[in-house]
Design a protein around this ligand. Structure first.
Ligand SMILES: NC(=O)c1ccc[n+]([C@@H]2O[C@H](COP(=O)([O-])OP(=O)(O)OC[C@H]3O[C@@H](n4cnc5c(N)ncnc54)[C@H](OP(=O)(O)O)[C@@H]3O)[C@@H](O)[C@H]2O)c1
Length: 320
């Protein structure tokens, strides 16, 4: 099976690339500022996917069986300070065009969305619940879902995922990596007890998407996450404990202290997907076991932790 993967240098795209290679698929991986470096017969490209001609060339040159889109400004924080039109072009215009191209060549299309399409007031959310985003990021992701599903209801799938744990190629995208980077910069990060998320794991999402590639009868909107919902303070405290770092490096706060911070409870109901697939949502403990300390944090970590850093997993041929 030939897979065109956009966003292959990101936290989730990299995990999808590795899962797809493990499963024996042929991967055409696309990055933008960084070039994915997959071993032959896989192919790597560096393309601005907002360029419609470059996108068309890529799709028509390869005629993939499956297209997976993990490219985006992937959080409200990463959208901040960027040109609004360019953000819209990547988060809405590009997936809409890609879905249209996928429909045109009868390729199946998988697009990632977010729990942040919901308001946080009526959790846990089913796929059929009415979205009501609180942030511009959530609004754009919702717009992208609607655009993507316009083209080929039988070919397109939107996977709404949640705050994601894992090891990103740049060591700066996942929850524990961002926490360590902030601590290393001398910050005392504040976490809110009423901010509830159901964290997932990038490698597990990679396994799920590649399983779905072989299950064309499963399409539409699905929710995917980990097995448990936790509040943001609990999550950070569990990460610190797991890595042998003191809990007093972070602060606990209530949303009432700062109402602008409120995202509420964004936990998701994973049915009907969870009962139809072999891949299962990992517990938070299982997620913690897979986390590494990035190279850029290693010296800081060794100075501050009571534990040794877990050994780095080396994936042959995938070198960022
Ligand atoms: N991470 C989470 O916690 C989370 C939670 C919910 C939903 N999601 C969704 O999951 C998807 C993947 O998120 P992620 O966290 O893996 O993202 P990420 O780590 O920030 O990676 C973003 C990817 O997009 C690529 N990209 C950026 N601008 C591009 C452009 N103009 N042309 C081509 N590629 C471009 C980046 O390439 P370069 O790095 O090479 O520039 C990178 O590969 C997104 O749709 C996001 O909204 C993520």
């Amino acid at each position: 099976m030939k897979i065109l993967l956009a966003g292959a240098t990101g936290l989730i795209g990299n995990a999808v690339a590795q899962a797809a290679m493990r499963r024996g698929f042929e991967v055409m991986a696309v990055g933008f500022n960084r070039k994915p470096d997959l071993p032959p017969p896989h192919k790597s490209y560096q393309i601005d996917l907002r360029d419609p001609l470059a996108l068309e060339r890529l799709v028509f040159d390869h005629f993939p069986d499956v297209i997976i889109n993990a490219a985006a400004y992937s959080s409200q924080r990463l959208m901040q300070g960027q040109d609004e039109l360019l953000v819209h072009a990547l988060n809405v215009g590009f997936p809409a065009r890609l879905a249209q191209l996928a429909h045109h060549i009868s390729a199946r299309f998988y697009h990632f969305s977010t729990d942040m399409v919901f308001s946080g007031k009526h959790a846990p959310y089913r796929t059929t619940d009415l979205p009501h985003p609180n942030t511009e990021y959530g609004r754009l992701k919702l717009e992208s879902e609607r655009e993507v599903l316009k083209y080929g209801a039988n070919e397109a799938t939107v996977l709404r995922i949640t705050l994601t744990n894992g090891n990103s190629p740049g060591g700066n995208r996942s929850f524990h990596e961002r926490l360590f980077n902030r601590l290393m910069a001398g910050e005392t990060p504040v976490f809110y007890t009423e901010e509830i998320r159901q964290p997932g794991l990038a490698d597990n999402i990679g396994d799920l998407v590649t399983e779905l590639c072989e299950r064309p009868n499963l399409h539409g909107i699905f929710h995917w996450a980990g097995a448990e919902a936790l509040n943001a303070y609990e999550m950070a405290a569990c990460v610190l404990k797991h890595f042998g770092l003191p809990e007093n490096l972070i602060k606990k706060a209530k949303c009432a202290d700062e109402p602008a911070q409120r995202v509420g409870d964004l936990s998701l109901i994973l049915q009907p997907l969870a009962s139809k697939v072999k891949t299962q949502p990992p517990t938070f403990e299982q997620q913690l076991e897979t986390l590494q300390v990035s190279e850029s944090c290693r010296a800081w970590f060794e100075k501050n932790s009571s534990k040794k850093a877990p050994p780095k997993r080396f994936v042959k041929g995938v070198d960022f």
